[in-house]
Design a protein around this ligand. Structure first.
Ligand SMILES: NC(=O)c1ccc[n+]([C@@H]2O[C@H](COP(=O)([O-])OP(=O)(O)OC[C@H]3O[C@@H](n4cnc5c(N)ncnc54)[C@H](OP(=O)(O)O)[C@@H]3O)[C@@H](O)[C@H]2O)c1
Length: 214
């Protein structure tokens, strides 16, 4: 697949590297440091390259991995995303981890993912990767004993969700379909609780969230 990464920080760099390793064509973008982008692309392998925001947005699948305050600027700068699959891992977590700036536990009872969908109504927005840590993505493997953590994802387009599920698997996680984009409200709240638990338990970042079945 062709994947554009917007935000080449901990999440964007880590996921982009894993997708490039799995053979996908990856364009890294949106860093304040051009040299960092080029080094990242070179280290990610032959199927990766650095590009502009517009280069990344021209790919079939786009990962949004920026901080919430940058979102509007990014979405205004990319041009049309009509028909694209847009994966968001953007969280509304407050910088001190005490809660959310947007979501069920605030006056803004919506979600980051739904807000993105409103800004780009003709894109197929899928929320994923919110309840894992960049340190786990960057580590050698996603394996915990004999288990692999789940990644809960949600979105309104069934085909887009199947593609994202495959991309989650390519990263070494178990994809779990959590429903339509409305579910992002609870998934983002779950992600906040997960971060708070990781910090208060002193287990951060060595935790994986798993949906067990029987
Ligand atoms: N880290 C996690 O474990 C984790 C887990 C789940 C969800 N998330 C969410 O994923 C998103 C990205 O997180 P991250 O940890 O990857 O963040 P990060 O490492 O800080 O990366 C943010 C990216 O945005 C770029 N950027 C460009 N202009 C910026 C500006 N004016 N201010 C700040 N950044 C700017 C940064 O560029 P530079 O290269 O110039 O720094 C960097 O490439 C956030 O919404 C976060 O809440 C993170």
């Amino acid at each position: 697949m062709n994947i554009g990464i917007i935000g080449a920080g901990n999440m964007g760099a880590g996921l982009g590297r894993l997708w490039a390793k799995a053979g996908h064509q990856v364009v890294f973008s949106y860093s304040r440091d051009e040299e960092k982008l080029h080094k990242l692309a070179t280290s990610a392998g032959v199927t990766a390259k650095a590009g502009t925001l517009q280069d990344a947005a021209a790919q079939d699948i786009i990962l949004l991995a920026v901080w919430l305050p940058a979102l509007e600027e990014v979405l205004q700068g990319v041009g049309s995303l009509d028909g694209k699959i847009v994966i968001t891992c953007v969280s509304g977590l407050q910088p001190d981890f005490t809660g959310q700036t947007i979501g069920l536990a605030t006056d803004l009872k919506t979600s980051v993912a739904e807000t993105i969908q409103q800004l780009i109504p003709n894109a197929k927005v899928v929320e994923a990767f919110n309840s894992t840590f960049a340190e786990i993505i960057a580590s050698e493997s996603r394996q915990f004993g004999s288990d692999f953590p789940s990644i809960f994802y949600c979105g309104n387009d069934i085909e887009a969700k199947q593609i994202v599920a495959n991309l989650i698997e390519d990263c070494g996680y178990e994809p779990v379909d959590a429903g339509n984009l409305l579910v992002a409200r609870t998934l983002e709240t779950l992600a906040t609780a997960w971060v708070q638990f990781a910090v208060s338990s002193h287990l951060f970042p060595n935790l994986g969230l798993k949906a067990l079945r029987r």
